[in-house]
Design a protein around this ligand. Structure first.
Ligand SMILES: NC(=O)c1ccc[n+]([C@@H]2O[C@H](COP(=O)([O-])OP(=O)(O)OC[C@H]3O[C@@H](n4cnc5c(N)ncnc54)[C@H](OP(=O)(O)O)[C@@H]3O)[C@@H](O)[C@H]2O)c1
Length: 240
């Protein structure tokens, strides 16, 4: 049975990815800061082979606990989905030091802590796949949604997706990214949905399941690495 680690698995995109992987026969190591074995999302994921690890991905101890749980319960890691992330949109000159620390901690340090540990394991095995969840705003900023610090962090993940894919292509490990547009998840208050729907040429928000399908596609595509797959209703291809 293949084994996947998913960060931020209790809500939105991470929850949809976990459900899709369980349907595909994966054992799951699910993380979020507040996850517990009896968290409602764990029942929703519906896996018989699931282990939960609570903790902030920005803390190195969380990353160590996640990989330890994967190896002690399931013996290996085949797929890591770096999904946990936060979004703080505001004009650049209004960001506080706390905003900066929070975005760097979750979106970048969280990626680094877990990816380095998991990649060491995958290189040792000579096989594995890592998918980073970024954002289409990183390549296509929108004037109406100023969000330069999320863009700084997620743009960095896009860049390192390319670089890591090259670095480990001949060692059996693939690194890809899924770059969502605006997706209907608890990240966005209901009151903003009508406005957010205008930010894609399809005139609607995407669903978390759309992002999960892209992760499955990448997972099942052994000759694809270094890909940044846009799931944004066409928002990244031009103006509308
Ligand atoms: N929704 C969108 O429109 C959209 C668009 C582009 C990209 N994305 C990206 O997609 C990913 C998921 O977004 P979403 O919309 O599904 O968000 P969400 O509904 O707010 O869910 C976020 C998940 O991450 C967990 N989390 C947050 N901070 C964490 C931390 N420091 N350590 C561990 N877990 C943490 C949350 O659980 P706890 O509270 O229990 O920690 C939750 O499970 C993010 O990386 C986001 O940037 C989303």
């Amino acid at each position: 049975m293949p084994v996947a680690i998913i960060t931020g698995a209790t809500s939105g995109i991470g929850l949809a990815i976990a459900k899709a992987l369980v349907a595909g026969g994966y054992a799951i190591v699910a993380n979020s800061r507040n996850i517990t074995a009896d968290h409602p999302s764990v029942a929703e994921i519906g896996a018989s082979d699931i282990v939960t690890v609570a903790g902030d991905v920005g803390d190195a101890q969380t990353a160590q606990a996640v990989i330890d749980a994967a190896l002690s319960n399931f013996g290996a890691v085949d797929l890591l989905v770096n999904n946990a992330g936060i979004f703080i949109p505001k004009p650049f000159i209004e960001y506080s030091q706390d905003d900066y620390e929070a975005l760097l901690s979750t979106n970048v340090r969280g990626f680094f802590n877990l990816t380095q540990r998991v990649l060491r394991h995958m290189v040792e095995r000579g096989t594995g796949h890592i998918v980073n969840i970024t954002t289409s705003l990183a390549e296509n900023p929108l004037k109406v949604v100023p969000s330069t610090l999320p863009i700084l962090t997620k743009g960095g993940l896009n860049a390192i997706t390319h670089a890591l894919a090259l670095e480990y292509a001949d060692q059996g490990v693939r690194i890809n990214a899924v770059s969502p547009g605006i997706i209907r998840t608890p990240m966005h208050p209901d009151a903003q949905h009508d406005f957010l729907a205008t930010l894609s040429p399809m005139g609607r928000m995407g669903d978390a399941e759309d992002v999960a399908q892209a992760v499955l596609y990448l997972e099942n595509s052994p000759f694809v690495t270094g890909e940044i797959m846009h799931v944004d209703g066409g928002a990244s291809v031009g103006r509308w």
